[in-house]
Write a protein that binds this ligand. Structure first.
Ligand code: COA
Ligand code: AMP
Length: 643
């Protein structure tokens, strides 16, 4: 068996040979002309000329190939007390009918469909139904507010929106329909129809003529077949936080995506067809797209769709119950979920109540894995805990300890805490200095990946080639800039330390502080503002706002702060978790007027920092530290932080 070193070297030296072979794992209705088309570099295309259908590869081929009665998807919902298993045949049939229902509403190849759904099987059914028709889905996470949904409606102009009457957050029922109606009202583009899944916990009013009942539509639809699409045609658009309130529409194609994701199930996760795999995330995030829906199904595995939380549904033992009950071999979740479990069950007593003998590996991603949480998981679960690094843009791991690849001694690589191990096959990761050259081992640089990126990543942003180029490619010619800073050690282990932009990571959710600042700035009493991410024991980071009020405003500060908190919830959504803002007299800035957010964050977290040489007035840092102390931050004080 080839070793990691051989596989990785070949994937970079001969990407066409390597991925051309891997592509044999997928059914094609027309073979590609070229594995890698570099004619429009830096806009690379994989499997140009090839045709396939992603839904066929995820469902039909398994039905025909002997897995018809194997469980494809298990819906486990502690919040509704439901467990329901769908075989590959049942799931294919539901998807085919729902695809027929969408087709009857006029949805066809290339049309966009927005999905605004809670964690119900119908979310996966709708995604796969779009794929079946060659339509392009765009899933919007349920925790975003109407305004965020409206922005996405206007950007991708969907023909149809698929939604549900409500979601359930632990014990709270969240009505989705008012948010959907509100978003459509705000948006300039109006979808022709909305298909609404009425859930029994809370039904909703329908708008005659526009709204269609899911169950009725599915029941009367004729099943639709799979429409072949070009490998380079888009499968989905997934919006992610950019540096402004305008999110970036990450585009995923059909061919490269199917090839790469199918490959990763064994190579990275060590999971074989027929085994059970669980990504405890949400279909609204990239992890949900790649590892709840597409990759496990493409590979003929059973996937778990979990409607619950790591704690509180009903307790911190729910993950172990699900693993034992469904025979899960590998679990993928965010470190924040483990911090929540550890907080509620510090000695892992609930783990001991379940038979976890079939559970082999825990995978963590979405944020930096803190060594304490990692060690706690290792100690109590007694399985390898594998940190891996990736992004919405990349669709799968940039760096991972590949469980299905021999490191050279018949085993994976030894784990080094704090590192997602080495570049995955197809990835050439470098830490670059400001001059664009690789820095020395252990020196921090901008983490960049040499172009072309492997298949399954993003060829561009939706209708925004220039933004794609500017945001990701221009600064380091020939490389993709990940937006993360970090280093490689002497063994080529990658260490991801921090973001270089204004993205923060709140409970594994990626958010833009710039977008929050846009909301705060719209408050009539706010003259200037800044938002930073401060360390939080459970969520990793939480946003904290600074408000400078307009001259003459003398209303109580608590009132103004309360209004800004409500505004962020209203415009971005509860997922932003914006709960705290501080009124300050002024903000620290450089002489050229740039707000020193990084310095403020270091003061808040009591970290060491260098007083910026270009600071306009150093005394402001004392004022900021004083305000932060008053709010329970900057515990070590400014002097300690500066040391
Ligand atoms: N629909 C509507 N509202 C939602 C929502 C959804 N799909 N998801 C979250 N929210 C709301 C919550 O109800 C909460 O609102 P509140 O302020 O009114 O209480 C807010 O958004 C924040 O939710 P959350 O981030 O889930 O925080 P929490 O305190 O409820 O739970 C954790 C904390 C750690 C248990 C939880 O964040 C978690 O499970 N994180 C894992 C994240 C993950 O899987 N990320 C994917 C990357 S792998
Ligand atoms: P998202 O696009 O939501 O998946 O968020 C991607 C960002 O999350 C990355 O750019 C990193 O900042 C962070 N991230 C994801 N995985 C890891 C990891 N394993 N270690 C450190 N940071 C991570």
């Amino acid at each position: 068996m080839a070793t990691y070193a051989e596989i990785h070297a070949r994937s970079l030296k001969d990407p066409e040979g390597f991925w051309g072979e891997v592509a044999g794992g997928i059914d094609w209705t027309r073979k590609w002309d070229r594995v890698l088309d570099a004619a429009r570099a830096p806009f690379y295309r994989w499997f140009a000329g090839g045709e396939l259908n992603t839904c066929w590869n995820a469902l039909d081929r398994h039905v025909e190939g002997g897995r018809a009665d194997q469980a494809a998807l298990i819906y486990d919902s502690p919040v509704t007390g439901t467990i329901r298993s769908y075989s590959f045949r049942e799931l294919r049939d539901r998807v085919a009918h729902f695809a027929g229902a969408l087709a009857a509403l006029g949805v066809g190849k290339g049309d966009r469909v927005i999905l605004y759904m809670p964690m119900v099987p119908e979310a996966a059914v709708a995604m796969l139904a779009c794929a079946r028709l060659g339509a392009v889905h765009s899933v919007v996470f349920g925790g975003f507010a109407a305004n965020e949904l409206a922005v996405r409606i206007d950007d991708c102009t969907p023909k149809v929106i698929v939604s549900a009457s409500c979601g359930i957050e632990v014990q709270k029922i969240i009505p989705y329909k008012p948010l959907l109606d509100g978003a459509i009202k705000l948006a300039r583009h109006k979808p022709a129809h909305c298909v609404i899944l009425q859930r029994p916990m809370q039904a909703c009013e329908m708008i005659p003529g526009r709204d269609v009942d899911w169950q009725e539509a599915e029941a009367k639809a004729k099943p639709a077949g799979c429409t072949p699409v070009a490998a380079t045609d888009p499968l989905y658009i997934l919006y992610t936080s950019g540096t402004t309130g305008q999110p970036k529409g990450v585009v995923r194609d059909n061919g490269g995506h199917a090839v790469a994701l199918n490959y990763t199930m064994k190579a990275i996760y060590g999971v074989d067809p027929g085994e059970v795999y669980w990504a405890a995330s949400d279909v609204g995030w990239v992890v949900g797209h790649s590892y709840i829906v597409y990759a496990p199904l493409l590979a003929g595995c059973t996937t778990i769709l979990f409607e619950g939380k790591p704690v509180g549904t009903p307790d911190a033992g729910v993950f172990w119950r699900v693993i034992a009950q469904h025979g899960v071999k590998a679990l993928f979740t965010a470190p924040t979920a483990f911090r929540a479990i550890k907080r509620d069950d510090p000695n892992g007593l609930l783990i001991k109540q379940h038979d976890l003998s079939g559970f082999k590996t825990l995978f963590l991603a979405g944020e930096r894995s803190d060594p304490d949480t990692l060690k706690w998981a290792e100690t109590h679960l007694k399985v390898p805990v594998i940190d891996h690094w990736w992004q919405t843009e990349t669709g799968w791991s940039i760096a991972a300890n590949c469980m299905g690849i021999d490191a050279g001694n018949g085993k994976p690589f030894p784990v080094k805490h704090g590192s997602p191990t080495k570049a995955a096959p197809g990835w050439d990761v470098r830490a670059l200095g400001p001059d664009g050259r690789a820095v020395n081992p252990r020196e921090i640089g901008a983490l960049c990946c040499k172009l072309p990126l492997p298949p399954g990543t993003f060829p561009t942003l939706w209708k925004a080639d220039e933004r794609f180029r500017k945001a990701y490619l221009d600064e380091y010619p020939g490389y993709y800039k990940t937006g993360d800073a970090g280093f490689l050690d002497e063994d080529d282990y990658v260490y991801v330390m921090t973001r270089v932009d204004d993205v923060i990571n709140v409970a594994g959710h990626r958010l833009s502080t710039g977008a929050m600042e846009e909301v705060l700035a719209a408050h009539p009493d706010v003259a200037e503002c800044a938002v930073i991410g401060v360390a939080d024991e459970l969520k990793g980071q939480v946003p904290l706002g600074f408000l400078v009020l307009k001259a003459g405003v003398n209303r109580p500060h608590a009132e103004i702060v309360g209004e800004t908190v409500a505004m962020v919830r209203e415009r971005i959504g509860p997922v932003a978790f914006f709960k705290l803002a501080i009124v300050v007299k002024r903000l620290p800035k450089t002489r050229s007027g740039k707000i020193l957010r990084g310095t403020m964050q270091k003061i808040a977290d009591s970290q060491t920092f260098k007083q910026p040489a270009t600071i306009d007035d150093p005394a402001i840092l004392d004022e900021i530290a004083g305000s932060l102390k008053g709010a329970g931050y900057a515990k070590a004080g400014l002097k300690a932080a500066a040391n």
